[in-house]
Design a protein around this ligand. Structure first.
Ligand code: PAF
Length: 303
């Protein structure tokens, strides 16, 4: 882990100039887009970016476009001082912290990037405008940062699939790299939203990991009926009275569609409410791979 003097930039133009100069001198650029309130999951993306690139830039921008009016934009946690320290200790050279005015100077945004199909299921059902907002801001960030390697956590698996597809469809000169989810000691996926949970809901939220483990166990033992796997995951969540399941799914890892028969490699997805906070999680699952289920001694084995 390298210690750097991180510089904070709030404007697009000077950041672009700096990064263009870096590339002109032959340096590679690693980019970690975030909404701040950083935790070690972000830290691991930054460390990977730093190990593999000459210059690392991370953005902190709580993007209003990806929150519906009834969602948690206003209570989304923020801590720029803490974030700067985490970025500095994880190899970030430049923090890009634009205001909403800098990103959307006209106020309203008339151009929206929509990645159809992939955006329309799972989280896209509960949050119909979310992925349009994500794709729009990520494409804008990619235009600002320029050619780079961009690091995304697998915890947001659907987001990662959408960003990959957008980059391919639009020939954006960015290589998207998916990185494993980091977990707390009890298996809960690290997320900035975990800080919004009450103590009781925080303890209950580990049920997400237990449900994924149950699904992996069944699939690992050779069950290929997605409905049976989902039923088993649902049963685990039902046993936790503080959890309200949004969806559980067993899908093809690339199309994120439910196949009639699951292949040897699948992705299990889950989302649930704990009080007013909605959490998501997912894992890779492989026939014959039941032994990979999370145990409390592991830190971050899977996405
Ligand atoms: O995953 C996130 O933190 C956000 O969706 C992202 C990619 C930074 C876009 O706002």
């Amino acid at each position: 882990m390298s210690l750097t003097n991180v510089t904070t930039e709030t404007s697009i133009a000077p950041l672009r100039t700096k990064l263009d100069q870096c590339r002109a001198s032959g340096a590679t650029v690693g980019f970690v887009p975030t909404m701040g309130f950083l935790h070690d999951g972000h830290g691991s993306l930054m460390r990977t970016a730093s190990e593999r690139n000459d210059v690392v830039v991370a953005s902190i921008f709580v993007n209003p476009l990806q929150f519906a009016p009834n969602e948690d934009l206003d209570r989304y946690p923020r801590n720029l001082e803490g974030d700067t320290a985490i970025a500095a200790t994880n190899g970030v050279d430049h923090l890009f912290v634009p205001t909403v005015d800098e990103m959307y100077p006209q106020g309203n945004v008339l151009t929206n990037i929509s990645v159809s199909d992939l955006s329309e299921r799972w989280d896209g059902v509960s949050r119909p405008e979310h992925f349009g907002g994500v794709a729009t801001v990520v494409s804008k960030l990619f235009n600002i940062i320029g050619p780079c390697h961009a690091y995304f956590g697998e915890k947001d698996y659907q987001q990662l699939a959408i960003v990959r597809r957008m980059v391919t469809d639009l020939s954006i000169p960015v290589e998207v790299v998916g990185c494993p989810t980091l977990r707390e000691a009890d298996g809960l996926a690290m997320s900035s939203r975990n800080s919004l949970l009450t103590t009781e809901d925080r303890a209950a939220a580990v049920v997400l990991r237990r449900a994924l483990d149950r699904g992996m166990e069944l699939h690992g033992d050779g069950e290929t009926d997605p409905e049976r796997i989902v039923a088993a995951m649902t049963e685990v969540v039902s046993a936790e009275p503080r959890a309200r399941l949004d969806y559980a799914a067993a899908v093809d890892p690339t199309s994120i569609r439910v196949p009639e028969v699951l292949g040897a490699d699948a992705r299990l997805l889950i989302a649930a409410w704990f009080g007013t906070t909605r959490l998501i999680d997912n894992t890779a699952s492989t026939v014959g791979g039941a032994g990979q289920a999370f145990t409390e001694t592991q830190q971050s084995p899977t996405g």
